[in-house]
Write a protein that binds this ligand. Structure first.
Ligand code: ATP
Ligand code: MG
Length: 635
C-alpha cells in the first residue's frame, strides 16, 4: 500500500486501526494531521464510500487544505465531508432544522453582527458600552452557550452574584430575540442547536447516526463540551471515532475548550485505543529542543518529550529593536533577504500575539515593498463587503431590518435618518412625496433583485447586486481607494462562483453561509496573491512554515497580561508560545521592541520571560542596523 510508505510504525497503526474509537496523542509536528488524512484515504481505498466519512478540522483553511490533498489523491471521485464544527452544524441544521422550526434558509450572524446586536441591546437598556464592554458580554454569553446553558439557567445561577452577571442575564434573552427576528443563527447556535436537536429528538438522532460511518476530529484538545458531544452523537452507532490532538496545544480555554474531551477519551470510550507519536518530522533539532524546553515549564501537563532525526539546523535568532517600527522593519527586511536567498514567500510566517501588532508590520512590509497577506477577518470586515452582503440578504428576504438600514445607505440615495425612522416605525403615510419617490425607487430595486435571485446563478447574482444597488457606479466615481473597494466587492462574486453549480436561492444561501463562517477563525483565500503571511499565533495553529518570526516578545504582550481584575493564565500563554515556536520547520526568529507605543503613549517594555525558558545556547543575537544593544540583560 503505497500511501503507507514512509509512515513510522505508530503512524501506520493509527491509519490501519479502522474500527473502534481511537485517539492519537502527540506533540506538534508529529504527523497527527497527516495520519488523519492518510487514514481517510485508506478507508476510501478499502471501499468505504467517501460520503460516509466525516472529518472535522479547526479552521476553514485546514478544511480546504485537507480537501485539496484528498482531491489530489482521489482525482474526481466523491469527497468526504470535510468541515469545521460550525460547517458541520450548519449542514445538520440544513438537513433537520425545519423539524424544530428553524427556517430552511437561515443566515448566520458572524461575531461582528452579534456584537452589533449586543450593542443595540445595551443601548436600549441605557447602559453605557464604556461601562459594559459588548465584547465581554458576547464572549460570556458565547461561553455559556458553548456549555449548553440557557438564559434562564444563567440568571438563576449568577444573577445574584454581581452587577455584571445581572446585566448579562438581561441582555442575553434580548439578544436572542434580535437574532431570531433576523431569521439568523449565531456561531454558538450552529453547535448548540444541533446538539439539542440530536439529544431531544430520537428519530432525528437515529437518522443522523447513520450519516457517517467514520468520524474524524483534528485538534481535539480545543473542542468544547458541546463539540465533544456532537462528535459523540454522530459516531454513536458505528463507534468509529478517530480523534487527534496535543494537550500542550490547548489555546482556546478562554472560549470554553476543555482538554477533558481528550483526557477523558479512554474513560468515555471503554474500547478506545490510544496511540502516541513521539517523533517530530517538522522541525530541526534546535527548534524541537526549544519546544520541549518551553512546554516543560508548565506544571499542568502530562510528560512528553519530542525527538527528531532532522539536522541540528540554525540557532534561533533574537532581535532586540528600539521600537515597534524598527522591529517591524527588521522583520520585513529579513523576510526580503530570505526570499532573495530562495525561500518561497508562502513558507514565511510572521506571528503576533495580538491583532494590533499587525498594523506596524503591515506598514513596514508595504514601505519595503515586500508582498504579504494578512490572515484574519480583514476582508469581511470591510465596509464595502458588508454592504454587498447586506444587499444580497435583503434581496432574498425584504423583511430584514438591519440589512435594509444598511442597504438604503449604501450608496447614499437621499433617504435620510428621518425618513428611515418613519419607515422603520411603519409610519409610511407620513412620508413626503419626494421621500416616497426615493423609497419606492429603492424598494423597486430590492424587488427586482429578489426576482433575479430566483433565476440567476450565484456569481451572476452577486454581480447584479453590485450593479443594481448602485454600489458599482458610486465607487467608480471615486479615487484609487474606491477602485480598490470595488475590487473587494467584486471578489465576493468570485467567491460566490463556487456555488454556481447549485440552484439559485440554495446556492446564494450557501454562499452567504460560507462568507459568514469564513470570518470565523481565519481568512478568505486571496487567490493568486503570494507573499509572507502575517497572522496571530491563534490563527497559525496546525500550520507549518520554513521560516517563522515570533514578534513582540515582551512581558505583558507575550505572555499577554490579563484584563483588569482577571488573572493571567500563564500556562495557556506558554502553550501559545509553544504553538508559535513549533510552527517553524527550519528557521525561527524572535523579536521584541524595547519601547512600544500603546494608545499614543510610549512604554518601556521588558523582554518576555518566555525567552528565558529557552536554553541560551540555542539562541544567537541578530543585530539589525539599529540594535539597541543591551544584550547582557538576557544572558
Ligand atoms: P500540529 O500539532 O502542529 O498540528 P501535526 O502533528 O498535525 O502537527 P503534521 O502537520 O501532520 O503534524 O506533520 C508535520 C510535518 O511532518 C508535515 O510536513 C508532514 O508531512 C510531515 N510528516 C509527518 N509524518 C511523516 C513521516 N512519517 N515521514 C515524513 N514526513 C512526515
Ligand atoms: Mg495538525
Amino acid at each position: 500500500m503505497q500511501h503507507l510508505q514512509g509512515l513510522n510504525d505508530a503512524q501506520k497503526e493509527a491509519v490501519l486501526t479502522t474500527s473502534g474509537p481511537v485517539s492519537v496523542l502527540a506533540g506538534a509536528g508529529s504527523g497527527k494531521t497527516r495520519v488523519l488524512t492518510t487514514r481517510i484515504y485508506h478507508l476510501i481505498k478499502e471501499g468505504v464510500p467517501a460520503d460516509r466519512i466525516l472529518a472535522v478540522t479547526f479552521t476553514n483553511k485546514a478544511a480546504r487544505e485537507m480537501r485539496e490533498r484528498l482531491t489530489h489523491r482521489l482525482g474526481d471521485g466523491p469527497l468526504p465531508f470535510v468541515a469545521t464544527f460550525h460547517g458541520l452544524g450548519r449542514e445538520l441544521l440544513q438537513r433537520y432544522g425545519t423539524r424544530i422550526g428553524i427556517p430552511k434558509y437561515f443566515t448566520i450572524f458572524d461575531r461582528d453582527d452579534s456584537k452589533a446586536a449586543i450593542r443595540q441591546v445595551l443601548k436600549e437598556m441605557d447602559i453605557d458600552p464604556k461601562e459594559m464592554n459588548p465584547n465581554f458580554v458576547l464572549s460570556r454569553i458565547s461561553k455559556e452557550k458553548g456549555e449548553g446553558s440557557t438564559p434562564a439557567e444563567f440568571r438563576d445561577k449568577y444573577a445574584q452574584k454581581s452587577f455584571q452577571s445581572r446585566v448579562i442575564a438581561e441582555v442575553w434573552p434580548r439578544y436572542e430575540a434580535i437574532v431570531r427576528k433576523e431569521k439568523a443563527l449565531d456561531f454558538d447556535d450552529l453547535i448548540s442547536l444541533p446538539v439539542s436537536l440530536l439529544r431531544d429528538h430520537e428519530d432525528i438522532r437515529r437518522e443522523a447516526e447513520q450519516l457517517y460511518s467514520h468520524v474524524h476530529v483534528d485538534e481535539f484538545q480545543d473542542t468544547n463540551g458541546l463539540q465533544g458531544k456532537l462528535a459523540g452523537y454522530l459516531s454513536a452507532v458505528h463507534n468509529n471515532l478517530f480523534v487527534v490532538g496535543d494537550i500542550d496545544q490547548t489555546i482556546y480555554t478562554w472560549r470554553g475548550a476543555t482538554i477533558e474531551n481528550l483526557l477523558g477519551f479512554e474513560e468515555k470510550y471503554a474500547d478506545a485505543k490510544t496511540i502516541v507519536l513521539a517523533h517530530n518530522y517538522r522541525s530541526t533539532k534546535t527548534i524541537v529542543a526549544a519546544g520541549n524546553q518551553i512546554i516543560e515549564k508548565n506544571q499542568n501537563r502530562k510528560d512528553k518529550h519530542a525527538v527528531t532525526d532532522n539536522p541540528d539546523g540554525e540557532p534561533i535568532r533574537l532581535h532586540v529593536a528600539r521600537n515597534a517600527e524598527s522591529e517591524a522593519r527588521w522583520v520585513a527586511r529579513e523576510t526580503k533577504k530570505a526570499v532573495l536567498a530562495g525561500t518561497a514567500p508562502e513558507e514565511i510566517a510572521v506571528l503576533f500575539r495580538t491583532n494590533f501588532q499587525s498594523r506596524a508590520l503591515e506598514e513596514a512590509f508595504l514601505s519595503e515593498n515586500i508582498p504579504y497577506k494578512v490572515l484574519g477577518t480583514r476582508f469581511l470586515d470591510r465596509k464595502e463587503v458588508k454592504d454587498v452582503l447586506a444587499w444580497v440578504r435583503l434581496a432574498l428576504d425584504s423583511e430584514r431590518e438591519v440589512d435594509r438600514v444598511r442597504a438604503v445607505q449604501s450608496p447614499t440615495r437621499g433617504i435620510g435618518k428621518v425618513t428611515l425612522g418613519k419607515l422603520i416605525d411603519g409610519r409610511r403615510d407620513e412620508l413626503k412625496p419626494a421621500e416616497r419617490t426615493k423609497v419606492a425607487a429603492f424598494e423597486a430595486i430590492v424587488t427586482e433583485l429578489n426576482e433575479l435571485s430566483k433565476i440567476a446563478i450565484p456569481s451572476e447574482f452577486v454581480k447584479l447586486v453590485i450593479e443594481k444597488s448602485g454600489i458599482a457606479s458610486a465607487l467608480q466615481k471615486g479615487g484609487e481607494e474606491d477602485m480598490e473597494r470595488l475590487e473587494n466587492a467584486k471578489e465576493l462574486a468570485t467567491l460566490a462562483s463556487r456555488y454556481d453549480g447549485m440552484p439559485g436561492e440554495e446556492g446564494i444561501s450557501a454562499f452567504l453561509a460560507e462568507s459568514a463562517l469564513a470570518g470565523d477563525q481565519d481568512e478568505l483565500d486571496a487567490p493568486g496573491k503570494s507573499g509572507a503571511t502575517l497572522m496571530t499565533v491563534h490563527a497559525a495553529k496546525g500550520l507549518e512554515f520554513d521560516t517563522v518570526f515570533v514578534t513582540g516578545m515582551e512581558e505583558g504582550l507575550f505572555p499577554h497580561e490579563a484584563r483588569e481584575g482577571e488573572k493571567r493564565d500563564e500556562e495557556e500563554e506558554r502553550r501559545l508560545f509553544y504553538v508559535a515556536v513549533t510552527r517553524a520547520k527550519r528557521r525561527l526568529n524572535l523579536s521584541l521592541a524595547t519601547v512600544r507605543r500603546i494608545y499614543g503613549t510610549d512604554f518601556a517594555s521588558e523582554p518576555s520571560s518566555f525567552i528565558r525558558d529557552i536554553d541560551e545556547g540555542l539562541i544567537t543575537f541578530s543585530e539589525g542596523e539599529d540594535l539597541y544593544g543591551e544584550r547582557t540583560i538576557y544572558i
